[in-house]
Design a protein around this ligand. Structure first.
Ligand code: MN
Length: 284
């Protein structure tokens, strides 16, 4: 099933519900989808319905406890940005966190921040934790995923703080890379959550990014170095996972960094993942 967080017209507030057909959302209560994520099989009684055209879809989780993401999880993307071929047996997933204030929803405009003039796109599959856990075994890891949505891990490729900096220390590059992941709006996700039962194999999904209608990324989740299950199991060794935590699973080749083309105000990014809809965000 497809679950959504949305805003009612006027000051009707933020609600969550189930998209029952192409035109209707059945209301399940106030707030975002964190209210039902732990137990989507036991949804509350519907409290009315709304035409989809009259509501504004928001990010499925507005302020997730954790926005986890993984760098360098598609080999071709690693190589297009100057990296070497990775030997999976000799590495571990390169997890990092983005702040909850980075979350933006479908249709939301994403601003180019003053500290980061080179802004880039990253189409990704996003797994949303339904059942929490610590030290989750690999063979049951997918049982902890409540659903999937589409993500755009928007990334600042160069930081500019308005003064000259020494760049000899490799840690400067690392922190610039990390800080470029943090600006407001840079964790776009949506347009809705598709429950895990409708995604029997998360490693068999096409992931594409179009910028202004031109296809820039075209990959499939079978190309991931670490699978969704491996990422969930590994992350849970580092920290307790909780319902509503979200995990960006990495981006395929075709980012702007590879060609030196970055986003400008007015550009429109459209991410599609098989069965999950499309996520559109314009840059301002
Ligand atoms: Mn990414």
């Amino acid at each position: 099933m497809k679950l959504a967080t949305y805003r009612l017209p006027g000051d009707g507030g933020v609600r969550h519900g189930r998209i029952t057909d192409a035109a209707t959302v059945t209301d399940l209560g106030p707030g975002d989808l964190s209210a039902v994520l732990g137990a989507p099989d036991a949804l509350p009684e519907p409290s009315g319905e709304h035409p989809l055209a009259e509501v504004t879809l928001l990010a499925p989780l507005l302020r997730p406890g954790k926005v986890l993401a993984v760098a360098a999880n598609y080999q071709e993307h690693v190589e297009e940005t100057g990296g070497d071929r990775l030997d999976k047996s000799r590495i571990s997933p390169r997890l990092f966190l983005k702040p909850a204030t980075a979350v933006s929803g479908p249709g939301e405009e994403i601003a180019i921040p003053s500290v980061s003039p080179q802004v880039d796109w990253e189409a990704e599959l996003v797994a949303v934790i339904g059942r929490g856990g610590k030290d989750i075994p690999l063979d049951s890891a997918l049982e902890h995923v409540g659903g999937y949505t589409i993500g755009n891990d928007v990334s600042g490729r160069k930081m500019d703080y308005g003064h000259e900096r020494d760049t000899g220390d490799p840690m400067v590059g690392f922190f610039d890379w990390l800080n470029g992941k943090w600006p407001d709006g840079f964790a776009a996700m949506g347009p809705y959550l598709t429950t895990a039962d409708e995604v029997p194999d998360p490693q068999k999904l096409d992931v594409t990014m179009e910028v202004n209608g031109r296809v820039r990324q075209q990959g499939d989740t079978g190309q991931m170095i670490f699978s969704v299950a491996e990422l969930v199991a590994f992350a849970s060794r580092l920290m307790t996972l909780e319902p509503g935590d979200v995990l960006y699973t990495g981006t395929p080749a075709g980012v702007g960094l590879a060609s030196g083309e970055f986003l400008s105000a007015g550009d429109e990014m459209t991410v599609r993942v098989t069965g999950l809809g499309s996520l559109v965000n314009r840059v301002r």
